[in-house]
Design a protein around this ligand. Sequence first.
Ligand SMILES: Cc1ncc(COP(=O)(O)O)c(C=O)c1O
Length: 377
Amino acid sequence: MKVPLLDLKAQYATIKDDVLTAVAEVLDSQVCIGGPKVAELEQKVAAISDCKFAVGVSSGTDALLASLMALNIGPGDEVITTSFTFFATAGSISRTGALPVFVDIDPRTYNLDPSKIEAAITSRTKAIIPVHLYGQMCDMDPIMEVAAKHNLYVIEDAAQAISATYKGRKAGSIGTVGCFSFFPSKNLGGAGDGGMIVTNDPALHERLVAMRSHGSKPKYYHKFVGGNFRLDPLQAAVLLVKLPYLDAWSQARRDNAKYYDSHFSTPNITTPYVDPDCISIYNQYVIRVPRRNELMTHLKQNDIGCEVYYPLPLHLQECFQSLGYRTGSLPEAERAALEVVAIPIYPELDSAQRDQVIATVLSREPLHKSATRVIFE
Ligand SMILES: Cc1ncc(COP(=O)(O)O)c(C=O)c1O
């Protein structure tokens, strides 16, 4: 039996008629930029995120870029973030002309280690971008504390964590702004690229709205340079169909995670650690094993989808060589990159598929018997 890492067709089959109707509505209206679908999605995403405002944008990447630009971050500035994230987090910082400053992760959650932030702050630091990796929020209290102490903005990269919570607070609602991605593999994924920024700051909201249309307000009058960062109404229409299912889909992922957790109680597999303060949406279910590449070969040979998020930490990427990091600079991020692997967790996974994934992972187990136990408690 084949088990893909993600099966978008299985999800589409459950909502196909509604998606086609919603898309036809947009096409019939010929409102091809902005319009009621984008406004409705903004209002609904703001509401589920416990935020006053939301601004639909063209991608999660542009959500980050537009936020940084709206906060006037640019050349001469530094922005602290994690090295263990998708490239867009640091790429967006660089594109403003600012420097990304990488801090190591907590090896249990893979998120930014708050205790390491203060040492990285200089007189040039303007912001911190905590990334809520794999669907679990960062430990936000100490991050907000250090940000307040040093007067820094906090841009939550919640691309993988829409509707996740930390101490009952929603992803995106704690920092200065929160950035979501609607990339198709996300818990709320469009039929293409899309993203959203949420905030509780009315002035920043106004600036972000202008920022996504070349900094114009009114039209053709430009106070500052922005970009074309608009969310497509066709994407908004698809996302509005999917939004009511988000909680149930995330719960199905949590159920799958619980089932995996209970079957992977073996010394060589470290299952995801979820902080008691957090509810994860499990955008990914990531296990940690000492001989990761061998396990992946085995999974692929047996038609089980798997992927490494992410194989090379950002501080070691070629494009960031000039920043001066070396192997060994951020040991936890580097070790995680060698040991993590994501396995299928999508909501439509059936019980036979889940059991197949478990059996295939565990059939590799004898080879791991002599390996060092990797566990963090
Ligand atoms: C942590 C993180 N940040 C930013 C992004 C960028 O989002 P997008 O692909 O929508 O541009 C992604 C998604 O891929 C992500 O996972």
